[in-house]
Design a protein around this ligand. Structure first.
Ligand SMILES: Cc1cc2nc3c(=O)[nH]c(=O)nc-3n(C[C@H](O)[C@H](O)[C@H](O)COP(=O)(O)OP(=O)(O)OC[C@H]3O[C@@H](n4cnc5c(N)ncnc54)[C@H](O)[C@@H]3O)c2cc1C
Length: 271
C-alpha cells in the first residue's frame, strides 16, 4: 500500500525540530531511520500529516566517552553501534545484541534513538539500556530533561517522552570492571523480533531484563536476587512475581518455561 498524503520538513537543528513539532498540534512525527515509521504509514496505521526529518541535524549521531560514561547520539545507526570500538570495549552487551536486530539493510538505516522511542516490547535495545542503567536525554519546548531508563518504558510502544519531546542522546555509565554481560534470544527466524529475549549484567550492579514477555522490557528482581546461587537458582526464581504475557507465538506458561531454560543456559555459559 501507499501512505496517505503528508508534508515533509527537514529540520536543521534540534531546536527547529522541537519548535515545528510543538506547533503541529500532535499532527507530526519525527523521522529517524524510518524503518518502523514508514512501514506503519504504508499500512496506514496512524496518519501524521507532517514528518519532521531528523537526519540532517548536526551532532545528533555518534558515540563518545565522557568521564565514566558512554554517550550514544539518538541518530546513531545500528550498524555503527555494532562496529564501534568504544562499544565493543566497554559495552559488549550492545555489540552482541544489535546483531540480532533485523537484517543488515535495516541496521544500516535504523537508529538507536528510534528504537528506544518506538519501544517495541520485543526489541533488543530497550532491554539492553535497562540492563545497563542508562539515562535518556530529551529536549522539548520547555528545555532539556533526563529520564532514567527504568522510568522511560511505560507500556506497549509507550514511553515517558511527551509527544513534542525529542530524544537526543543516551548516557550509559561504564559497567564495573568485574561485570560480565549475557545476551540470548529465541526467534522463529534469524532477524525476527524476540519470542523470548534476555539481557543481563552480573557483578555488583547486576541486572536481569527480559524482552518479548510483557508490554515493555521487564526487569526481574527475583532472578537478580538469586544470581549468587548459580544458574539453577536463578532459573528457579526467574519471573516469580512478574506477569508474563502470552501472544501469537506462545502462551505465558510456555514463554515462562523457555525463559527459565534460557537464563540457566546463559549463566552456565558466561559464569
Ligand atoms: C523487517 C523489519 C524487521 C525489524 N526487526 C527488528 C528487530 O528484530 N529488533 C528491533 O529492535 N527492531 C527491528 N526493526 C525495527 C528497526 O530496528 C528500527 O530500529 C526501528 O524501526 C526504529 O528505528 P528508526 O530509526 O527506524 O525509527 P523511525 O521508524 O524513524 O521512528 C520510529 C518511531 O520513533 C519516533 N522517533 C524516532 N526517532 C526519535 C527521536 N530521536 N525522538 C523521539 N521520537 C523519535 C518516530 O516518530 C516514530 O514514532 C525491524 C524493522 C523492520 C522493517
Amino acid at each position: 500500500m501507499k501512505p496517505a498524503n503528508f508534508s515533509y520538513i527537514r529540520a536543521g537543528s534540534i531546536e527547529e525540530a522541537v519548535e515545528i513539532m510543538s506547533r503541529s498540534d500532535g499532527e507530526a512525527r519525527f523521522l529517524s531511520g524510518g524503518q518502523s515509521l514508514i512501514p506503519a504509514l504504508n499500512f496506514r496505521l496512524g496518519g501524521p500529516s507532517l514528518l519532521i526529518d531528523l537526519n540532517s541535524i548536526p551532532g545528533l549521531s555518534g558515540i563518545r566517552m565522557e568521564g565514566a560514561a558512554i554517550i550514544i547520539g539518538a541518530l546513531t545507526r545500528h550498524t555503527e553501534l555494532g562496529h564501534h570500538p568504544l562499544i565493543s570495549t566497554h559495552l559488549p552487551l550492545l555489540t552482541e545484541a544489535v546483531q540480532h536486530v533485523a537484517h543488515p539493510a535495516i541496521r544500516n538505516r535504523g537508529t538507536f534513538g528510534g528504537s528506544l522511542a518506538l519501544a517495541d516490547p520485543s526489541a533488543e535495545l530497550p532491554a539492553c539500556v535497562l540492563a545497563l542503567r542508562a539515562v535518556v536525554k530529551v529536549v522539548g519546548p520547555g528545555g532539556q530533561r533526563v529520564i532514567a531508563a527504568d522510568d522511560f518504558f511505560v507500556g506497549g510502544y509507550t514511553t515517558a517522552l511527551a509527544p513534542d519531546e525529542l530524544l537526543t542522546e543516551v548516557h550509559i555509565p561504564l559497567p564495573n570492571l568485574s561485570a560480565r554481560h549475557g545476551f540470548a534470544e529465541l526467534t522463529r527466524r534469524r532477524g525476527d523480533y524476540a519470542m523470548v529475549g534476555l539481557a543481563l549484567m552480573t557483578g555488583p550492579q547486576q541486572r536481569v531484563v527480559w524482552f518479548g514477555l510483557a508490554d515493555r522490557p521487564l526487569r526481574d528482581q527475583a532472578a537478580e536476587d538469586a544470581l549468587s546461587g548459580g544458574p539453577r537458582a536463578a532459573a528457579a526464581a526467574a519471573l516469580s512475581g512478574s506477569e508474563v504475557w502470552g501472544d501469537l507465538h506462545a502462551s505465558a506458561a510456555t514463554k515462562t518455561h523457555l525463559a527459565r531454560v534460557m537464563i540457566r543456559r546463559l549463566l552456565e555459559r558466561i559464569t
